[in-house]
Design a protein around this ligand. Structure first.
Ligand code: T4K
Length: 391
């Protein structure tokens, strides 16, 4: 049987809604360079993300790279650290963009291990690596699970080191009514086509620091905000009006998209935990020897991904292969660790056994709003069937 189900599929607004909005582009003749739709989307996202300042970018990577460059660069300058010696402590269990945002700026990534329950950067491991060259900490709210933001806030205060969050997976998540964007010096969100909320390609940095937001906006437009001769440095990472229009339309439908994703999440969880002992706080399913994402207290979910961690890599690969035989294309998000990338190997070797073990054993099941409940059930049953066959 070939179901031909990919790991994800973008959510699109009704076609007419998008074409109606982009008529404004034909009328204004304004295509890019901080146009009216870009401005409008930034305003709407400020409200949605509960963030005082939101700077839009052409993609999440450029947004993160700019935030790391400006925030860590500023800290390095103040602390008298040469930029090429500046160290950023981060996680290797992420998409390669996180690590490249550090190396592209000429900083050194220093990898710390992750927590075995949340798979996010372990604050205790980070603290051991802090030294006089540390210019920033870059944790990732991986799969939409919140990092230990309280511990990072305490570390940041104690050592005067800024924390920049890669919140690529964390659109719309909040803890006890406080938006995820309010933690740390800044948070980056990705609006890539494959994310729960998309602007085709796109990304943003949210921050409470108005001066930083202004610097980021200047930076993404060649640093020209202060006039043609400002010369403050920068790049071209502006969001186009077509991307902003997609963002405005998709934001109108975000609640229904998240509700559909919640439904698929429920189908998967019910089948994978049926007749087993399931601990929602850790995600452990005993009897099937798998682990799902934990449900964190007071934290809302955005159902960004549905990763399953198996007991060993052989089992994970067997499940991947059985799904593939049925035309279901699950993925090893995230494998291998970014610390093993060829261009990253030259930095100090990392000892991150927990991250390594999770990367070896994790599979992200297909997950998107328009996945049918029937197909989700088939996928989950295939996983259970494969595990039972292997004993
Ligand atoms: N930090 C983190 C933690 C991230 O996860 C990411 C991005 C970033 C930073 C950087 O943000 P961006 O610069 O990307 O905004 C995808 C995405 O390209 C990437 O955004 C994402 N993380 C990463 C985890 O995954 P691929 O290589 O898996 O995408 P691809 O082309 O294989 O597509 C996956 C599936 O989606 C395919 O089976 C087909 C389907 N698909 C894809 C696209 C692009 C569609 O149906 N339609 C489409 O338009 O990277």
């Amino acid at each position: 049987m070939d179901k031909n189900i990919n790991v994800t599929r973008p959510s699109l607004p009704p076609y007419e809604e998008y074409t109606e909005l982009i008529k404004e582009i034909w009328e204004s003749g304004w295509l890019t360079n901080f146009g009216p739709l870009e401005n409008r989307l930034a305003g709407e996202l400020k409200a949605y993300l509960d963030a005082p300042n939101v700077t839009l970018f052409t993609n999440g990577h450029q947004a993160l790279a700019a935030a790391v460059r400006l925030i860590a660069g500023n800290k390095a300058a103040k602390a008298g650290i040469e930029p090429y010696e500046a160290e950023i402590i981060t996680t290797p269990f992420t998409f390669i963009s996180t690590t490249y945002s550090i190396t592209e700026a000429g900083f050194k990534p220093v990898f710390a291990d992750v927590d075995p329950v949340t798979y996010t950067l372990d604050p205790a491991a980070v603290e051991k690596l802090i030294n006089s060259k540390t210019a920033a900490i870059l944790p990732v709210h991986v799969y939409g699970t919140l990092c230990d933001v309280d511990a990072f806030e305490a570390i940041s205060r104690r050592y005067h080191i800024p924390v920049v969050y890669d919140a690529a997976h964390c659109f719309g998540v909040s803890r006890s009514g406080r938006g995820v964007a309010s933690f740390g010096a800044a948070s980056m969100f990705s609006f890539h086509a494959t994310k729960a909320y998309n602007t085709i390609e796109g990304g943003a940095v949210a921050t409470a620091d108005a001066a930083l937001a202004e610097a980021l906006r200047a930076y993404c437009g060649f640093g020209l905000a202060g006039g043609a001769d400002a010369g403050v440095g920068g790049t071209n990472a502006k969001m186009t009006e077509f991307a902003a229009a997609m963002g405005i339309c998709n934001l109108r439908h975000i609640d229904e998209v998240l509700e559909k994703r919640r439904g698929i999440h429920g189908v998967y969880t019910d089948i994978l935990t049926e007749g087993k002992t399931f601990d929602p706080e850790t995600g452990a399913v005993s009897g099937l020897e798998i682990k799902l994402l934990p449900q964190q207290r007071g934290v809302t979910r955005n159902y960004a991904y549905f990763p399953v961690v198996f007991k060993d890599s052989e089992t994970a690969l067997a499940v991947l292969s059985e799904l593939s035989a049925q035309g279901v294309h699950a993925r090893r998000y995230f494998y291998p660790l970014t610390s093993s990338a060829l261009s990253v190997q030259k930095y100090a070797p990392a000892s991150t056994p927990v991250a390594e073990s999770i990367a070896d054993r994790v599979i992200a099941l297909p997950f998107y709003a328009d996945l049918s409940a029937e197909d989700a059930a088939f996928i989950a049953q295939t996983v259970v069937g494969t595990l039972e066959k292997r004993g």
